[in-house]
Design a protein. Structure first.
Length: 506
Protein backbone atom coordinates (compact mmCIF):
# COMPACT_ATOMS: atom_id res chain seq x y z
CA UNK A 1 0.00 0.00 0.00
CA UNK A 2 1.30 3.48 -0.86
CA UNK A 3 1.37 6.13 1.86
CA UNK A 4 1.62 9.84 1.14
CA UNK A 5 3.79 12.19 3.16
CA UNK A 6 1.87 15.18 1.84
CA UNK A 7 -1.70 16.29 2.39
CA UNK A 8 -2.55 13.90 5.23
CA UNK A 9 -6.26 14.10 5.97
CA UNK A 10 -6.12 14.14 9.76
CA UNK A 11 -9.84 14.86 10.04
CA UNK A 12 -10.69 11.71 8.10
CA UNK A 13 -8.26 9.58 10.11
CA UNK A 14 -9.71 10.96 13.33
CA UNK A 15 -13.31 10.37 12.33
CA UNK A 16 -12.57 6.85 11.17
CA UNK A 17 -10.97 6.00 14.51
CA UNK A 18 -13.25 7.57 17.10
CA UNK A 19 -16.63 7.06 15.42
CA UNK A 20 -19.86 8.73 16.53
CA UNK A 21 -20.97 9.32 20.12
CA UNK A 22 -24.47 8.03 19.44
CA UNK A 23 -23.12 4.71 18.22
CA UNK A 24 -21.34 4.17 21.53
CA UNK A 25 -24.12 5.54 23.72
CA UNK A 26 -26.67 3.17 22.25
CA UNK A 27 -24.47 0.21 23.19
CA UNK A 28 -23.40 1.24 26.71
CA UNK A 29 -23.66 -1.80 28.99
CA UNK A 30 -22.24 -0.17 32.12
CA UNK A 31 -21.59 3.37 33.36
CA UNK A 32 -18.99 4.24 35.97
CA UNK A 33 -18.36 7.49 37.81
CA UNK A 34 -14.88 8.60 38.85
CA UNK A 35 -12.86 11.69 39.57
CA UNK A 36 -10.04 11.19 37.07
CA UNK A 37 -9.83 8.70 34.20
CA UNK A 38 -6.31 7.92 32.99
CA UNK A 39 -5.93 6.28 29.58
CA UNK A 40 -2.78 4.19 29.21
CA UNK A 41 -0.75 2.45 31.92
CA UNK A 42 2.81 3.19 30.82
CA UNK A 43 5.34 5.37 32.61
CA UNK A 44 3.33 8.59 32.36
CA UNK A 45 -0.06 6.99 32.93
CA UNK A 46 1.11 5.21 36.07
CA UNK A 47 2.67 8.42 37.35
CA UNK A 48 -0.61 10.27 36.84
CA UNK A 49 -2.67 7.45 38.36
CA UNK A 50 -0.50 7.17 41.48
CA UNK A 51 -0.40 10.95 41.95
CA UNK A 52 -4.19 10.93 41.74
CA UNK A 53 -4.84 8.19 44.30
CA UNK A 54 -2.23 9.71 46.61
CA UNK A 55 -4.45 12.79 46.64
CA UNK A 56 -7.50 10.70 47.48
CA UNK A 57 -9.14 11.23 44.10
CA UNK A 58 -11.24 8.32 42.79
CA UNK A 59 -9.27 7.11 39.78
CA UNK A 60 -9.85 4.68 36.93
CA UNK A 61 -6.83 3.57 34.89
CA UNK A 62 -7.60 2.02 31.49
CA UNK A 63 -5.13 -0.10 29.53
CA UNK A 64 -6.04 -1.65 26.19
CA UNK A 65 -3.49 -4.46 26.53
CA UNK A 66 -3.66 -7.32 29.01
CA UNK A 67 -0.56 -6.09 30.81
CA UNK A 68 0.52 -2.68 32.07
CA UNK A 69 3.79 -0.94 31.32
CA UNK A 70 3.79 -0.12 27.62
CA UNK A 71 7.18 1.08 26.39
CA UNK A 72 8.18 1.61 30.01
CA UNK A 73 8.77 -2.12 30.43
CA UNK A 74 12.15 -1.92 28.70
CA UNK A 75 13.35 1.49 29.85
CA UNK A 76 16.53 1.65 31.89
CA UNK A 77 16.24 4.78 34.01
CA UNK A 78 15.32 8.43 34.32
CA UNK A 79 16.83 11.91 34.33
CA UNK A 80 17.27 13.89 37.51
CA UNK A 81 19.31 16.97 38.36
CA UNK A 82 20.18 17.59 41.99
CA UNK A 83 19.14 14.16 43.27
CA UNK A 84 20.45 12.76 46.54
CA UNK A 85 22.39 10.18 44.50
CA UNK A 86 24.22 12.94 42.66
CA UNK A 87 24.91 14.85 45.87
CA UNK A 88 26.27 11.73 47.57
CA UNK A 89 28.60 11.12 44.61
CA UNK A 90 29.73 14.72 44.30
CA UNK A 91 28.10 15.19 40.90
CA UNK A 92 27.36 18.85 40.28
CA UNK A 93 25.39 19.94 37.22
CA UNK A 94 24.46 23.44 36.16
CA UNK A 95 20.74 23.34 35.42
CA UNK A 96 21.06 26.56 33.46
CA UNK A 97 23.78 25.03 31.28
CA UNK A 98 21.64 21.96 30.55
CA UNK A 99 18.64 24.07 29.58
CA UNK A 100 20.70 26.43 27.42
CA UNK A 101 22.37 23.53 25.64
CA UNK A 102 19.03 21.90 24.87
CA UNK A 103 17.47 25.12 23.64
CA UNK A 104 20.42 25.92 21.40
CA UNK A 105 20.23 22.43 19.92
CA UNK A 106 16.73 23.19 18.68
CA UNK A 107 17.42 26.80 17.71
CA UNK A 108 15.19 27.77 20.63
CA UNK A 109 12.15 25.94 19.27
CA UNK A 110 12.01 23.89 22.49
CA UNK A 111 9.89 25.62 25.13
CA UNK A 112 12.38 26.78 27.75
CA UNK A 113 9.70 27.31 30.39
CA UNK A 114 8.49 23.72 30.16
CA UNK A 115 12.03 22.41 29.99
CA UNK A 116 12.89 24.36 33.12
CA UNK A 117 9.77 23.07 34.87
CA UNK A 118 10.76 19.48 34.18
CA UNK A 119 14.42 19.80 35.16
CA UNK A 120 13.79 21.82 38.31
CA UNK A 121 11.20 19.25 39.44
CA UNK A 122 13.29 16.20 38.47
CA UNK A 123 14.99 15.59 41.83
CA UNK A 124 11.69 15.86 43.69
CA UNK A 125 10.06 13.53 41.16
CA UNK A 126 12.78 10.93 41.70
CA UNK A 127 12.31 11.14 45.47
CA UNK A 128 8.54 10.80 44.98
CA UNK A 129 9.09 7.67 42.90
CA UNK A 130 11.16 6.17 45.71
CA UNK A 131 8.38 6.95 48.18
CA UNK A 132 6.01 5.00 45.93
CA UNK A 133 8.17 1.88 45.69
CA UNK A 134 10.47 2.54 42.71
CA UNK A 135 14.05 1.47 43.38
CA UNK A 136 17.26 2.78 41.84
CA UNK A 137 20.66 1.14 41.57
CA UNK A 138 22.50 4.25 42.68
CA UNK A 139 24.43 4.39 39.41
CA UNK A 140 24.35 7.83 37.80
CA UNK A 141 26.09 8.46 34.48
CA UNK A 142 25.76 9.81 30.95
CA UNK A 143 23.87 6.70 29.76
CA UNK A 144 26.85 4.68 28.57
CA UNK A 145 28.63 7.91 27.59
CA UNK A 146 25.93 8.81 25.04
CA UNK A 147 24.78 12.00 26.74
CA UNK A 148 26.50 15.25 27.62
CA UNK A 149 25.78 15.35 31.33
CA UNK A 150 25.50 12.67 34.06
CA UNK A 151 21.75 12.88 34.58
CA UNK A 152 20.83 9.24 33.95
CA UNK A 153 19.70 7.34 37.07
CA UNK A 154 19.54 3.60 36.42
CA UNK A 155 16.71 1.45 37.75
CA UNK A 156 17.73 -1.12 40.35
CA UNK A 157 16.66 -4.05 38.20
CA UNK A 158 17.65 -4.33 34.56
CA UNK A 159 14.46 -2.89 33.08
CA UNK A 160 11.56 -0.66 33.98
CA UNK A 161 9.09 -3.52 34.23
CA UNK A 162 10.44 -4.72 37.55
CA UNK A 163 11.83 -1.46 38.86
CA UNK A 164 9.06 0.99 37.95
CA UNK A 165 5.96 -0.58 36.48
CA UNK A 166 5.32 -3.30 39.05
CA UNK A 167 5.74 -1.17 42.20
CA UNK A 168 3.76 1.72 40.74
CA UNK A 169 0.90 -0.61 39.81
CA UNK A 170 0.99 -2.13 43.29
CA UNK A 171 0.84 1.33 44.88
CA UNK A 172 -2.05 2.39 42.66
CA UNK A 173 -4.18 -0.66 43.45
CA UNK A 174 -3.27 -0.71 47.15
CA UNK A 175 -4.50 2.84 47.51
CA UNK A 176 -7.87 2.07 45.95
CA UNK A 177 -7.37 2.79 42.27
CA UNK A 178 -9.38 0.82 39.70
CA UNK A 179 -7.41 -0.83 36.89
CA UNK A 180 -9.28 -1.95 33.77
CA UNK A 181 -7.15 -4.15 31.52
CA UNK A 182 -8.00 -5.05 27.93
CA UNK A 183 -10.21 -1.98 27.88
CA UNK A 184 -9.59 0.45 25.04
CA UNK A 185 -10.71 4.07 25.31
CA UNK A 186 -12.18 5.14 21.98
CA UNK A 187 -13.95 8.48 22.20
CA UNK A 188 -14.14 11.35 24.67
CA UNK A 189 -17.45 12.64 26.00
CA UNK A 190 -17.77 16.42 25.90
CA UNK A 191 -20.52 18.76 27.07
CA UNK A 192 -20.38 22.35 25.83
CA UNK A 193 -16.71 21.94 25.02
CA UNK A 194 -15.74 20.48 28.40
CA UNK A 195 -14.56 16.87 28.56
CA UNK A 196 -16.71 14.86 30.96
CA UNK A 197 -15.55 11.31 30.40
CA UNK A 198 -15.06 8.73 27.70
CA UNK A 199 -16.40 5.68 25.96
CA UNK A 200 -14.33 2.51 26.17
CA UNK A 201 -14.63 -0.95 24.66
CA UNK A 202 -13.64 -4.13 26.46
CA UNK A 203 -12.02 -7.10 24.70
CA UNK A 204 -15.38 -8.84 24.27
CA UNK A 205 -16.95 -5.75 22.70
CA UNK A 206 -18.74 -4.50 25.80
CA UNK A 207 -19.07 -0.72 25.75
CA UNK A 208 -18.41 1.24 28.95
CA UNK A 209 -19.19 4.85 29.71
CA UNK A 210 -16.71 6.37 32.17
CA UNK A 211 -18.01 9.64 33.61
CA UNK A 212 -15.07 11.67 34.90
CA UNK A 213 -14.31 15.21 35.98
CA UNK A 214 -11.05 15.06 34.06
CA UNK A 215 -9.47 12.73 31.51
CA UNK A 216 -5.72 12.28 31.21
CA UNK A 217 -4.57 10.75 27.95
CA UNK A 218 -1.36 8.76 28.35
CA UNK A 219 -1.71 6.50 25.31
CA UNK A 220 1.85 6.97 24.09
CA UNK A 221 2.84 7.56 20.50
CA UNK A 222 1.86 6.62 16.96
CA UNK A 223 4.65 4.11 16.31
CA UNK A 224 2.40 1.59 14.63
CA UNK A 225 0.10 3.88 12.70
CA UNK A 226 1.42 3.81 9.15
CA UNK A 227 -0.52 6.82 7.94
CA UNK A 228 0.70 9.02 10.78
CA UNK A 229 4.27 7.84 10.20
CA UNK A 230 3.92 8.67 6.51
CA UNK A 231 2.67 12.14 7.41
CA UNK A 232 6.07 12.76 8.99
CA UNK A 233 7.89 11.88 5.77
CA UNK A 234 8.73 8.22 6.42
CA UNK A 235 7.94 5.19 4.31
CA UNK A 236 6.48 2.83 6.94
CA UNK A 237 7.61 -0.20 4.96
CA UNK A 238 11.25 0.90 5.29
CA UNK A 239 11.22 1.44 9.04
CA UNK A 240 12.44 -1.03 11.66
CA UNK A 241 10.49 -0.83 14.92
CA UNK A 242 11.87 -2.16 18.21
CA UNK A 243 9.44 -0.70 20.76
CA UNK A 244 6.32 -1.90 22.54
CA UNK A 245 3.35 -2.89 20.42
CA UNK A 246 -0.04 -1.21 20.45
CA UNK A 247 0.83 2.46 19.94
CA UNK A 248 -1.64 3.27 17.19
CA UNK A 249 -2.18 6.99 17.69
CA UNK A 250 -5.43 6.48 19.58
CA UNK A 251 -4.67 9.28 22.03
CA UNK A 252 -3.96 11.65 19.15
CA UNK A 253 -7.28 10.93 17.49
CA UNK A 254 -9.24 11.25 20.73
CA UNK A 255 -7.59 14.58 21.59
CA UNK A 256 -8.01 16.02 18.09
CA UNK A 257 -11.65 14.90 18.00
CA UNK A 258 -12.28 16.83 21.23
CA UNK A 259 -10.78 20.00 19.78
CA UNK A 260 -7.14 19.55 20.72
CA UNK A 261 -4.52 21.11 18.51
CA UNK A 262 -2.47 19.06 16.05
CA UNK A 263 1.29 19.53 16.51
CA UNK A 264 2.43 16.72 14.24
CA UNK A 265 4.73 19.13 12.39
CA UNK A 266 7.09 19.09 15.39
CA UNK A 267 6.58 15.48 16.40
CA UNK A 268 9.56 13.16 16.24
CA UNK A 269 10.77 9.59 16.02
CA UNK A 270 13.26 8.38 18.60
CA UNK A 271 15.49 6.93 15.92
CA UNK A 272 19.13 6.12 15.27
CA UNK A 273 21.40 4.52 12.63
CA UNK A 274 20.66 0.84 12.21
CA UNK A 275 21.49 -2.35 10.35
CA UNK A 276 19.11 -5.22 11.01
CA UNK A 277 21.70 -7.83 10.04
CA UNK A 278 23.94 -7.18 13.02
CA UNK A 279 21.99 -8.53 16.00
CA UNK A 280 23.74 -7.85 19.27
CA UNK A 281 25.37 -4.70 17.89
CA UNK A 282 22.40 -2.95 16.35
CA UNK A 283 19.87 -3.50 19.09
CA UNK A 284 17.57 -1.75 21.57
CA UNK A 285 16.85 1.07 19.20
CA UNK A 286 20.28 2.12 18.04
CA UNK A 287 23.51 0.88 16.59
CA UNK A 288 26.30 0.34 19.09
CA UNK A 289 28.68 0.09 16.14
CA UNK A 290 28.21 3.75 15.29
CA UNK A 291 28.71 4.85 18.88
CA UNK A 292 31.67 2.54 19.43
CA UNK A 293 33.59 3.68 16.37
CA UNK A 294 33.53 7.16 17.92
CA UNK A 295 33.62 9.04 14.64
CA UNK A 296 36.88 7.48 13.44
CA UNK A 297 35.13 5.93 10.44
CA UNK A 298 34.56 7.49 7.03
CA UNK A 299 30.90 7.83 6.08
CA UNK A 300 29.78 8.16 2.45
CA UNK A 301 26.57 8.02 0.48
CA UNK A 302 25.90 5.84 -2.55
CA UNK A 303 27.52 8.44 -4.77
CA UNK A 304 30.78 7.93 -2.90
CA UNK A 305 30.68 11.33 -1.22
CA UNK A 306 31.12 12.25 2.43
CA UNK A 307 28.23 14.35 3.68
CA UNK A 308 28.94 15.35 7.29
CA UNK A 309 31.42 15.29 10.16
CA UNK A 310 31.43 11.65 11.31
CA UNK A 311 32.31 12.67 14.87
CA UNK A 312 29.10 14.72 15.15
CA UNK A 313 27.70 12.19 17.63
CA UNK A 314 30.18 13.65 20.15
CA UNK A 315 28.11 16.80 20.06
CA UNK A 316 24.74 15.06 19.97
CA UNK A 317 23.84 11.45 19.49
CA UNK A 318 20.95 12.38 17.21
CA UNK A 319 23.08 14.27 14.67
CA UNK A 320 24.28 11.23 12.66
CA UNK A 321 20.73 9.98 12.11
CA UNK A 322 19.59 13.41 10.96
CA UNK A 323 22.45 13.55 8.44
CA UNK A 324 21.87 9.95 7.31
CA UNK A 325 18.14 10.54 6.80
CA UNK A 326 18.94 13.23 4.26
CA UNK A 327 20.77 10.60 2.16
CA UNK A 328 17.84 8.22 1.85
CA UNK A 329 17.87 8.58 -1.93
CA UNK A 330 21.44 7.27 -2.17
CA UNK A 331 21.92 5.27 1.01
CA UNK A 332 24.54 5.75 3.72
CA UNK A 333 27.64 3.62 4.31
CA UNK A 334 30.34 3.70 6.96
CA UNK A 335 33.85 2.44 6.22
CA UNK A 336 36.49 1.55 8.81
CA UNK A 337 39.50 -0.72 9.23
CA UNK A 338 40.73 -3.19 11.82
CA UNK A 339 42.51 -0.54 13.89
CA UNK A 340 39.32 1.48 14.24
CA UNK A 341 37.41 -1.68 15.08
CA UNK A 342 39.93 -2.68 17.76
CA UNK A 343 39.75 0.77 19.32
CA UNK A 344 35.95 0.57 19.32
CA UNK A 345 35.96 -2.75 21.14
CA UNK A 346 38.35 -1.43 23.78
CA UNK A 347 36.15 1.65 24.26
CA UNK A 348 33.02 -0.47 24.50
CA UNK A 349 34.51 -2.78 27.15
CA UNK A 350 34.22 0.19 29.46
CA UNK A 351 31.00 1.84 28.32
CA UNK A 352 28.76 -0.94 26.98
CA UNK A 353 30.39 -4.34 27.44
CA UNK A 354 27.21 -6.41 27.11
CA UNK A 355 26.48 -5.05 23.66
CA UNK A 356 30.01 -5.58 22.41
CA UNK A 357 30.89 -8.88 24.06
CA UNK A 358 30.58 -10.74 20.75
CA UNK A 359 30.96 -7.82 18.35
CA UNK A 360 33.77 -9.27 16.23
CA UNK A 361 31.99 -12.63 16.03
CA UNK A 362 28.69 -11.05 14.96
CA UNK A 363 30.36 -9.05 12.20
CA UNK A 364 32.33 -12.02 10.94
CA UNK A 365 29.23 -14.23 10.90
CA UNK A 366 27.40 -11.57 8.87
CA UNK A 367 30.29 -11.49 6.39
CA UNK A 368 30.44 -15.29 6.18
CA UNK A 369 26.71 -15.50 5.57
CA UNK A 370 26.73 -12.78 2.93
CA UNK A 371 24.31 -10.66 4.94
CA UNK A 372 22.90 -7.64 3.16
CA UNK A 373 24.63 -4.40 4.04
CA UNK A 374 27.88 -5.82 5.46
CA UNK A 375 31.09 -6.16 3.39
CA UNK A 376 34.88 -6.52 3.60
CA UNK A 377 37.36 -5.66 0.85
CA UNK A 378 41.08 -5.11 0.41
CA UNK A 379 40.83 -1.99 -1.75
CA UNK A 380 38.39 0.84 -2.30
CA UNK A 381 37.89 -0.31 -5.89
CA UNK A 382 36.91 -3.77 -4.68
CA UNK A 383 34.63 -2.27 -2.04
CA UNK A 384 32.88 -0.15 -4.65
CA UNK A 385 32.29 -3.23 -6.81
CA UNK A 386 30.74 -5.11 -3.90
CA UNK A 387 28.60 -2.32 -2.51
CA UNK A 388 27.50 -0.54 -5.68
CA UNK A 389 28.95 2.76 -4.46
CA UNK A 390 30.17 5.00 -7.31
CA UNK A 391 33.77 3.80 -7.78
CA UNK A 392 35.45 6.90 -9.14
CA UNK A 393 33.96 9.19 -6.53
CA UNK A 394 34.67 6.74 -3.69
CA UNK A 395 38.33 6.46 -4.65
CA UNK A 396 38.64 10.25 -4.86
CA UNK A 397 36.85 10.69 -1.53
CA UNK A 398 39.16 8.17 0.13
CA UNK A 399 42.23 9.87 -1.34
CA UNK A 400 41.09 13.27 -0.10
CA UNK A 401 40.14 11.87 3.30
CA UNK A 402 43.53 10.19 3.69
CA UNK A 403 45.18 13.55 3.02
CA UNK A 404 43.03 15.20 5.67
CA UNK A 405 44.10 12.52 8.15
CA UNK A 406 47.78 13.00 7.32
CA UNK A 407 47.51 16.78 7.65
CA UNK A 408 45.26 16.70 10.70
CA UNK A 409 42.71 18.97 9.06
CA UNK A 410 39.36 18.06 7.52
CA UNK A 411 38.94 20.61 4.73
CA UNK A 412 35.33 19.60 3.99
CA UNK A 413 33.47 19.16 7.27
CA UNK A 414 35.88 20.22 10.02
CA UNK A 415 36.06 16.85 11.76
CA UNK A 416 37.88 16.73 15.10
CA UNK A 417 41.57 16.10 14.27
CA UNK A 418 41.75 13.45 17.00
CA UNK A 419 39.12 11.45 15.06
CA UNK A 420 40.93 11.67 11.73
CA UNK A 421 42.32 8.15 11.52
CA UNK A 422 43.82 7.18 8.19
CA UNK A 423 42.18 3.95 7.09
CA UNK A 424 44.22 1.12 5.58
CA UNK A 425 42.93 -2.10 4.08
CA UNK A 426 41.33 -4.45 4.54
CA UNK A 427 38.25 -2.26 4.83
CA UNK A 428 34.98 -3.07 6.57
CA UNK A 429 31.78 -1.45 5.35
CA UNK A 430 28.27 -1.36 6.75
CA UNK A 431 25.21 0.13 5.11
CA UNK A 432 22.46 1.60 7.22
CA UNK A 433 19.68 -0.50 5.79
CA UNK A 434 16.72 1.31 7.34
CA UNK A 435 15.85 3.84 10.03
CA UNK A 436 15.25 2.21 13.40
CA UNK A 437 13.01 3.70 16.05
CA UNK A 438 11.62 2.74 19.43
CA UNK A 439 9.08 5.51 20.05
CA UNK A 440 7.45 8.63 18.70
CA UNK A 441 7.17 11.91 20.52
CA UNK A 442 4.41 14.48 20.40
CA UNK A 443 1.55 15.32 18.07
CA UNK A 444 -0.99 16.77 20.52
CA UNK A 445 -0.65 20.45 21.46
CA UNK A 446 -0.32 20.94 25.22
CA UNK A 447 0.42 23.62 27.81
CA UNK A 448 2.82 23.76 30.74
CA UNK A 449 0.48 21.77 32.96
CA UNK A 450 -0.17 19.14 30.28
CA UNK A 451 -3.59 20.62 29.51
CA UNK A 452 -4.60 20.00 25.92
CA UNK A 453 -4.70 23.24 23.93
CA UNK A 454 -6.68 23.97 20.80
CA UNK A 455 -5.35 25.63 17.67
CA UNK A 456 -5.75 29.04 19.33
CA UNK A 457 -3.77 27.98 22.42
CA UNK A 458 -6.86 27.80 24.60
CA UNK A 459 -7.31 24.87 26.95
CA UNK A 460 -9.85 22.16 26.29
CA UNK A 461 -11.41 22.02 29.79
CA UNK A 462 -11.07 18.69 31.52
CA UNK A 463 -8.57 17.19 29.06
CA UNK A 464 -4.86 16.49 29.49
CA UNK A 465 -2.24 14.72 27.37
CA UNK A 466 0.91 13.49 29.09
CA UNK A 467 4.09 11.62 28.30
CA UNK A 468 5.15 11.04 24.73
CA UNK A 469 1.66 11.87 23.48
CA UNK A 470 1.82 15.49 24.58
CA UNK A 471 5.50 16.41 24.69
CA UNK A 472 6.74 19.33 22.63
CA UNK A 473 10.23 19.46 24.15
CA UNK A 474 11.98 17.66 21.28
CA UNK A 475 10.72 19.28 18.05
CA UNK A 476 11.73 17.09 15.14
CA UNK A 477 14.06 14.66 16.90
CA UNK A 478 15.08 13.29 20.28
CA UNK A 479 18.53 14.48 21.26
CA UNK A 480 19.79 12.06 23.97
CA UNK A 481 21.82 15.07 25.11
CA UNK A 482 20.38 15.02 28.63
CA UNK A 483 19.92 11.27 29.06
CA UNK A 484 16.74 10.05 30.70
CA UNK A 485 14.82 13.14 29.62
CA UNK A 486 11.92 11.26 28.05
CA UNK A 487 11.08 9.41 31.25
CA UNK A 488 11.60 12.56 33.30
CA UNK A 489 8.96 14.23 31.15
CA UNK A 490 6.71 11.17 31.42
CA UNK A 491 6.68 11.37 35.20
CA UNK A 492 6.61 15.15 35.50
CA UNK A 493 3.81 15.65 32.98
CA UNK A 494 1.70 12.94 34.59
CA UNK A 495 2.01 14.48 38.04
CA UNK A 496 1.57 18.01 36.72
CA UNK A 497 -1.70 17.10 34.95
CA UNK A 498 -3.20 15.69 38.13
CA UNK A 499 -2.22 18.74 40.19
CA UNK A 500 -3.86 21.02 37.62
CA UNK A 501 -6.96 18.84 37.38
CA UNK A 502 -7.28 18.68 41.17
CA UNK A 503 -7.31 22.48 41.33
CA UNK A 504 -9.55 23.27 38.38
CA UNK A 505 -11.68 20.20 37.66
CA UNK A 506 -12.25 18.14 40.79
Amino acid sequence: MAYSRFGTDYDRLTADFVGRSEDYESKVAEARDTGIAVVGAGISGLAAAVESVNRGIPTVLLEHRKVVGGSGMTTLGILAVGSHFQKEQGIEISTGEVIRMEQETFNYRADGARLRDMIFASADNLHWLEENGVEFSGVVDKYMADGHVPTFHWWKSSFGGGAYVNPMRETFERKGGTLLLRTAARKLIAENGTVRGLYAVEADGTVLRINAKAVILANGGFEQNKELLASRGYDPEDLSFMGAIGHDGSGHFMAWDAGGGNSMEISALMETPYNKNLPGICMRGYCQLWMGLQGRQMCVNGRGERFFDESASDKLRAFPQIAINLQRRYGAFEIYDQAVMDAAIEHAKIHSPRSWEKAATVIQEALDNGADGVWKANTMEELADRTGIDKDRLVKTYTDYSRYCENGRDEEFGKDPDRLWKLTGPFYCMKYTEPNYIATLGGVHTGRDSEVLNAKDRAVPGLYAVGMLGTELWPGYYTYGMPGGANAFNVDSGRRAVRHAAEYCI
